[in-house]
Structures are given as C-alpha cells and as structure tokens.
Design a protein around this ligand. Structure first.
Ligand code: ATP
Length: 790
C-alpha cells in the first residue's frame, strides 16, 4: 500500500498581490517538506507534504518529483493520475501546461509537455522488441457534462465502469500519437477546442475541469500479450468559495456545480480516509462526474499525485489554507495500483509472502489426505493449480481461507464474465438493429421495385456515367447553403459526415444511398464553387426549400425548378465549351455523351403543397395541382430536348406526417389520421402523386425513346411511419433534433442546432442521444436511418 503523493506549490506573488500587501507572504519554509502557514487571523498552521515547491521552484523540479515516477509506471502498465488543485489563479494551469503548450522555453515547460517527452523517452529506452502505442483523449467536465475536446459534437460522454478496464469514457475520441511533436499539436488542438467551448458556453476554462488521458499500450511480440497503462492528468476548476466570487445567475450555478464536484471529491477523500483501514463502507464516487472519472485514481488502482497550488499572499490566505487542508486530508488515502499478479490477499492474511509451491505442496496435501477423501484432495490440488494459487494450505482453517480466496476469485471472474456478456449483449443489440435495418432496406428495395414496375434493377443494370438531380431539401447535398450563403449547424451531419454537410439531416439522404447503389460518388451541388468540386459523375441542382412553381419574394429558396433547369442548361453549355478546350478539365466535368446517357432524377413538389397550406384552403391547393404539374412537365420536356433520356421521378412524401405540419396544423385531433398525421396534407400529396403518375405515363407515351420511372416514395415513407417499430425505430413522428420534448419535440422558432432567445429565455434545439431511433430528424426532414430504409 502506498500513499497518494501530495505536494504543495506556491507560485510567485502576482503584481496585484504585491501592490496590496507588498512582499509579505503567509508561508514560512521549515524544510523541503514542512512549512508554517499563517492564516488571516495570524494563526500558525504547520503542514507536512511529500514535497513543498516554494515560490522559486522550477517546473522541472515538480515534474521530476511528482510526475516522472508515474510516467515510468505508466509505461509498465501501472495506471497513474496527476491532479492539480487550488483556487483560480493559484497556478494549476501554469503547472500543468506551462505558459503555452507549443511555444514555450525549456525552463517553463509544464507537466504535460514533460510527461509527453517522458513517455517517449521511457519507450525509447525499453526493450526494443516490445511494441508501444500511445493514445490521447481530452475531455472537459462542465456543469456535470463531459465533453470531448477532440470532437465538440460529443458533448455528453457517458462514464462506464468495466471490471477489466476500470472507469471508461464511452465513445471518447482517442488520437494516436507517434511522437512528442504530434502529441503537443494534439494537446494544443484540444486546448484550443476548450476555448471554442468556452465561447460557445460563455464560460471561462477556470470553471471547468480538464482531463487529459494518455493510454499506453504494450504489445509483446513473443506471446502476443498486451498490457495497458493509463496516465490521467487533471486540471481542476478553481476551488474558490462562491461568496468570494460574487457570482450570480448562471455564474452562481456554475460555481455551485464546481463546488458540488469539488466537495464530492472532498467527500470521497473523507470516506476513503475515515476508517482506520483506509476503507469506508460506501465511497460516494457516483456523486459527481469528476469523482466517477477519478474513481480508479482515488480508490486504489492507480498511482496518484496531487499538486495543491496556492498563492503565497496573505490576501488569499483563507483559500490557500483550505487548499492545504484538502491536501493534508488526501495524504491519508492509501492507494495500491493494480499490478499484473496480485498476492495482496495472502499477504494480508498471513503477513508474509505466499510460500513456494515446492516442498510445502506435498506436505500439505499429505496432511489433507488424513482428513479428506483422496479424491477431494486431488480435486483441490487440480483446482488450486488451475486457479494459479501457489499458496498451499497447511491446516483445515487455512484450507477454508484458501477456499474463500477461490470463491472470491470465482466471484470476481464471474463479475468479469458478466461485464463481458453485458458488452456482448450491447454489441448484439446494435448488430440486431443494423440487421433489422438491412432487412427492412431489402424489403423496401423489393417494394420499390414493385412500385417502379420492376425498374429498380434499372439502377443496377445501367451503368450511368453521370447523374443530374433536381429537387428540394429531400435531395439537396449543399445547394441552398452554398447558394444563399446560409449556415447549417451541428448536430446536422453528425452521424456520417461528422459535421454539417449541406444536408438537412444527421447523415445521408436517399440520393446519397442511391448514388452508392449505382457505385457513383456523392453528388456535388452546382452552386458550390469552393475547392474545385468535381462534377465528372454529375451535378446536383437541388436546393432546400425549392418549389416547382417560380419562387415568391419571401420563399426560402430562390432556386425553383425552372431556375434549376436553367442552371442545368448553363452547366451543359459550359461543360461543352471546356471539353473543347482540351483534356485538362476532363477530371472535373462529365463527358459529352453523359448528358444523353446520364440519369435525371427529380424530387420536388413537396414545398409547393406544404407552403400553400399557410395561406390557402385545401380545395384551393387541390385545384392548383395541375398548374404545378404543367410547370414540372415544361422542365422535363426542356431536359428531354437537351438530350435527357433516363428519368427517375420521385413522387411527394406524406407531408401530413412531418412533425412541423403536425405541430402547426394538427392541434385539432379530428384533423389527424390513425397514425397521427394531418389528413388534409396527405390527401393533397396523394392527389398530386396520382396526377404526377399520370403525367409520367403520358410523357413516356410521347417519348418512346426515353425511360421514365415514377417512384412511389409516398407509400414507402408512409409504410415506414406506420410500421416504425418493425424497422427498428422508436419514434415515428417526434423530431430528434428540436426543442420542447414530448410529444413532438418541435418548436418552429428554433431550427435544429440553433439557439434563439424566446420570451427572454435562451433556448437551443439540440439533437437526441440516438437519432437511429427516430424517423424524423429535425421536424421537416427524415433521419439518415429513415433515408436508408427509403
Ligand atoms: N510557478 C509559477 N511561476 C510563474 N508564474 C506563475 C506560476 N504559477 C502561476 N503563475 C502565473 O499566475 C497566473 C495564474 O496562474 P494559472 O492560470 O496557472 O492559474 P490557475 O490556477 O490555472 O487558474 P484557473 O483556475 O483560473 O485556470 C498566470 O499568469 C501564471 O502565468
């Protein structure tokens, strides 16, 4: 059992402290471990720590005493934790990072860069045959939420406990680091992200706890054995008292949360030190995220060092005193880091190391033969060998003790097995869900095939050189965002692209899956000119909010169907001009015959109908359908005239099942159908689709050299909503990314990912924890999981 290493560090006086109290300090050094501290009432307190770093101490002294032994251990698969504690401005970050991670002279470098160097040096000087990998994660705990500093979208990381690996941060980003320079760049990236988070959350880093996790994995090529050591560094939030900060409102909440987690830390330390054995019945690790993450460090499975950072100035005496008291209390925790083979139990009971197997083995078993059946003795011998117990019992009492040990080991291995089983069950659940999706997708393809008169094979059979797409947000891959310079915010795009990708979705759209099915790359939007996008395999003219009819002045998108067709004309003209200029453009543009051999896809009309409901009666809307379709026909005829021959036309989806429409038009239950969708909207969509289908037939009849496929997306989507649980969904109508909670989680004033002030309160439309459970993404668009089924 070793104690936690506790050190105190006094930073130099700040200029303000000098102004207020001159050179006077509250600390009087006795030696390198002991000092006298004078509080505000001039009362003296003597403190002893493992080491005291006074004002003139160097960063390297702190590293070598406090961190180096832990770094060496981490490389030998023993976990270690280094914590800096103290009031704001006491020198925690200076000790941890130094003045700057990347640009800083050797002398001022903090613990982190030194730890990184130390890890790589230890690896260099170790056995060459052993293969090492180092991974780094960085998280920040703010207001009891753990956010990933390498992926700000992961802003609520869950803490899990595994019997084998201890405390784990589920799904946290782990960055592989190959050398010190790379590690420092990653650290600096994480620290910069911390600043981004600070601004986003209107906070200061001193109000969050920052946790750096280095995982060092050793692989022994001889026997393929793997060992892992984890080194955690924690820069705690400032420990000052709430009253002193004069905090109010959100600041007060923050201060209380910090205080709560720091006092939870204090409670854990008290619980760990309150019984004579250093063990209390219940250790309240679960009371805060901080103590949960530090559970292994404090509870024994880690070498731990605590650096209590203090101001030496009398003006901060009371804060420094409380920091020092915290350190003194922590000094009494005992920790026993886990090593590969642990003889603790035997040592505890016998006060010595276990005797060797040789010699005593025969003697003990002979003795047992006198008391037990020989078969039982043989069985016991076998069991001991199997269990790797090398201490042989020499009395029946000893035998009982040993059996107790076996039972304990069995229980712990059963617990491990249970843990593994739980993980397997989790994985199987996910796999099951994926299989359900695939099965459902296969069924959808089958239905689609039937609806399209056996024509989905059309997609596979033909080797389309390019695809030209026209439509609205259902197939917009970034057109509107590029065209009007708008911005989509996270969590849009979170599932597949890991960032907003121009799509009003958490991931891919139906068109992305169709492109995949045709072995073609995702379509670039015509309006996006940044980064020399390639249009070799086609071009997407779709823009969210677009209508078939010309856009009105206040329309979301000015790029109505007619404009999209005009854009196509220009696109074609430019392509032909560039092709004439020679080969150098070929990489970026379609070949000439692609315009005739390519596939022309359409998904538009939804906004003409949905938008009209805000100002027209159902009858008026139904009456306007032929006009919409005349405009559509004009567009596809123009494309035909330009050489288009392969037409893939989606009809419009069940508008009445979109969360937005239910929220606005479905407040009267008599207006809803049996699924809870708005009947009028769906009626309009169905009538539109019937007439669209007739148009497709007519167009096909007029152009026998063309291939016109009408795809019944309405039925596919409606079926998905009606049978949502069969397809692995939990919520058919509620939006994943929205505001307001049950039943619809939708507020038209706050689009997904945005924050708005409503009636004086700031509200944010956030994403749900698992979007694969939702058919609807943001109230208006389908989730990637639903699109995959589509
Ligand atoms: N040992 C030291 N030597 C020189 N300057 C120091 C030392 N320790 C701290 N400082 C300086 O004191 C100031 C406050 O230190 P620092 O930012 O590290 O405090 P902190 O405890 O991390 O505060 P917070 O909780 O707000 O993050 C900084 O300007 C830092 O450069």
């Amino acid at each position: 059992m070793s104690h936690i290493t506790v050190c105190a560090r006094f930073r130099p006086l700040s200029s303000k402290e000098r102004r207020d109290h001159g050179d006077s300090v509250s600390v009087q050094s006795l030696d390198s471990e002991t000092f006298i501290f004078k509080d505000e009432k001039e009362e003296d307190f003597t403190f002893s720590f493992d080491r005291v770093f006074y004002q003139g101490s160097e960063q390297v002294d702190v590293y070598e005493f406090l961190a180096l032994p832990i770094v060496r251990d981490a490389v030998n698969a023993i976990n270690g934790t280094i914590i800096t504690y103290g009031q704001t401005g006491a020198g925690k970050t200076y000790s941890m990072e130094g003045p700057s991670i990347l640009e800083c002279d050797q002398q001022k470098k903090g613990l982190l860069p030194r730890v990184v160097d130390g890890l790589f040096q230890c690896i260099k000087s170790s056995d060459e045959a052993t293969k090492y990998t180092i991974k780094l994660s960085m998280v920040e705990i703010y207001m009891e939420k753990v956010r990933d500093l390498f992926d700000l979208l992961k802003d609520n990381i869950q803490i899990k406990e595994s019997k084998v690996h201890g405390i784990l941060l589920s799904g946290v980003t782990e960055v592989s680091i190959l050398d010190s320079t790379e590690a420092l760049h990653s650290l600096s990236r994480g620290i910069a992200n911390r600043a981004v988070g600070e601004t986003q959350m209107n906070m200061a880093s001193s109000r969050s706890h920052c946790v750096y996790i280095f995982t060092v994995q050793q692989e022994f090529p001889k026997d393929k054995r793997i060992r892992t050591g984890k080194l955690i560094l924690v820069d705690l939030a400032g420990s000052e008292k709430v009253e002193k900060t004069g905090a109010e409102g959100k600041l007060l909440d923050e201060a209380k949360t910090i205080n709560k987690s720091l006092s939870a830390l204090g409670n854990v330390i008290n619980a760990l030190t309150c019984s004579p054995q250093g063990r209390a019945n219940h250790i309240p690790y679960r009371d805060s995220k901080l103590t949960r993450i530090l559970q292994d460090a404090l509870g024994g499975n880690s070498r731990t060092a605590l650096l209590c950072c203090c101001s030496p100035s009398p003006s901060n005496a009371s804060e420094s005193l409380s920091t020092l008291r915290f350190g003194a209390r922590a000094k009494h925790i005992k920790a026993s880091p886990r090593v590969s083979h642990n003889d603790d139990k035997y040592t505890k009971k016998h006060g010595t190391q276990s005797p060797s197997k040789d010699g005593s083995c025969e003697r003990i078993l002979n003795k047992l033969t006198e008391k037990l059946d020989i078969e039982d003795v043989n069985l016991l011998e076998e069991l001991f060998i199997l269990e790797g117990i090398f201490s042989y019992p020499n009395s029946v009492e000893d035998l009982e003790l040993t059996l107790e040990d076996v039972a304990l080991r069995t229980i712990s291995s059963l617990q491990e097995a249970l843990e593994e089983l739980t993980l397997i069950v989790e994985e199987l659940k996910i796999e099951n869900k994926a299989l359900k999706f695939r099965l459902a997708a296969a069924e959808r393809v089958d239905t689609l095939n039937k609806k399209a008169g056996g024509n989905t094979s059309f997609l596979h059979k033909f080797n389309f050189p390019a695809v030209f797409n026209f439509g609205d947000s259902n197939s917009d891959t970034g057109g509107l965002v590029a065209g009007i310079g708008d911005r989509l915010d996270p969590p849009n795009g979170q599932i597949f692209f890991k960032r907003p990708a121009g799509r009003f979705c958490d991931g891919r759209l139906i068109i992305d899956f169709l492109m995949d099915a045709m072995d073609l790359p995702f379509l670039n939007p015509y309006l996006d000119s940044i980064g020399a996008p390639t249009f070799r395999k086609g071009c997407n003219f779709a823009a969210a909010g677009s209508t078939v009819l010309p856009a009105s002045a206040n329309a979301v998108s000015p790029f109505s169907f007619g404009i999209q067709v005009a854009q196509f004309m220009r696109f074609k003209i430019r392509v032909l001009q560039l092709l004439e200029k020679g080969r150098k453009f070929q990489k970026y543009i379609p070949q000439e015959d692609s315009f005739q051999k390519g596939l022309y896809m359409f998904d538009i009309g939804q906004n003409d109908l949905a938008g009209a409901f805000y100002s027209k009666s159902l009858d008026q809307i139904l009456a306007s359908i032929p006009t919409i379709l005349v405009e559509f026909e004009t567009g596809i005829q123009e494309l035909y005239d330009q050489g288009a021959r392969n037409f893939w036309i989606h009809n419009t989806g069940p508008l009445g099942c979109l969360t937005q429409n239910i929220a606005k038009f479905g407040t009267d239950p008599s207006k809803l159908d049996e699924l809870g969708c708005v009947s009028g909207h769906n009626q309009a969509a169905r009538l539109f689709n019937l007439q669209l289908q007739a148009l497709c037939k007519k167009f096909q009849g007029q152009h026998p050299d063309a291939k016109v496929i009408h795809v019944d997306i309405y039925t596919i989507k409606y079926n998905l909503i009606a049978n949502y649980s069969r397809y692995g969904f939990e919520h058919p109508l509620m939006a994943c990314c929205g505001y307001g909670g049950l039943p619809l989680n939708y507020d038209s004033r706050v689009p997904c990912g945005k924050t708005k002030v409503v009636n004086g309160t700031e509200i944010t439309a956030k994403g749900c924890s698992d979007s694969t459970e939702y058919v609807n993404w943001d109230g208006i668009h389908y989730s990637e999981a639903a699109n995959q089924n589509g």
